[in-house]
Design a protein around this ligand. Structure first.
Ligand SMILES: C[S@@+](CC[C@H](N)C(=O)[O-])C[C@H]1O[C@@H](n2cnc3c(N)ncnc32)[C@H](O)[C@@H]1O
Length: 189
């Protein structure tokens, strides 16, 4: 739960994303993204962290990793990690996770997408913070993998967040870094 009772959800999308040749692919799930983004999500009060992949064997792998750290030896070994990994769930596609959220909250979350590129209708961090703190909606933050979210995901979103721009023209943040910076800009005390 973040400001004014709004719930914010976060998803790491592995399909549809682009590869280096701008083809639409399903990218591979990485163990680091599961752990690091879960710990970030827990730190900033994100209600749930969804891993989106249509690939059955990848989904099985993610569920195994979650079980290890929430029920298995990992949970005994590191209860702090357990608390973070308890936030994680796996869904086939974005529609399925929106449905999951709606079932729980009876509210359709507003979708916020992120990208390294600025779009005409990109919203600033300050303006989005204002939106989140003033309206009682729930929000779903989408992060991509590979070379970014497929264009229909970007164009169908309620909000496109401005890119994180550093002090140089180098613009190749890892998604884990982008998540950390963006959650801190939007939800830090
Ligand atoms: C490796 S990046 C893909 C970078 C890709 N060129 C793009 O336009 O998003 C994977 C994800 O990290 C996030 N990301 C990477 N750089 C970002 C930036 N500068 N600002 C905001 N989000 C960023 C986005 O969610 C992106 O889909």
């Amino acid at each position: 739960m973040v400001k004014n009772g709004s719930s914010v959800y976060l998803a790491l999308v592995h399909y549809p994303v682009y590869n280096k040749s701008n083809e639409v692919i399903a990218s591979a799930v990485t163990n680091l993204d599961i752990h690091d983004i879960a710990r970030c999500a827990k730190t900033y009060g994100i209600s749930k962290y969804y891993i989106v992949t249509p690939l059955e064997e990848q989904a099985v792998l993610v569920k195994k990793i979650i079980r290890h750290w929430t029920d298995g030896y990992g949970a005994k070994y590191n209860s702090d990690r357990q608390r973070a990994l308890e936030l994680v769930d796996v869904k086939d596609d974005i529609a399925a996770l929106v449905e999951d959220i709606e079932k729980k909250t009876a509210k359709k979350p507003k979708i916020i997408v992120t990208a390294a590129k600025k779009y005409a209708k990109s919203i600033s961090y300050l303006d989005l913070k204002e939106v989140i703190s003033s309206r009682g909606d729930d929000y779903l933050l989408l992060f991509g993998t590979g070379w970014g979210l497929e264009k229909s995901i970007i164009s169908s979103a309620d909000y496109i967040l401005e890119p994180v721009i550093g002090r140089t023209d180098y613009n190749h943040l890892s998604v884990r870094s982008a998540v950390a910076i963006i959650l801190d800009r939007l939800f830090s005390k």
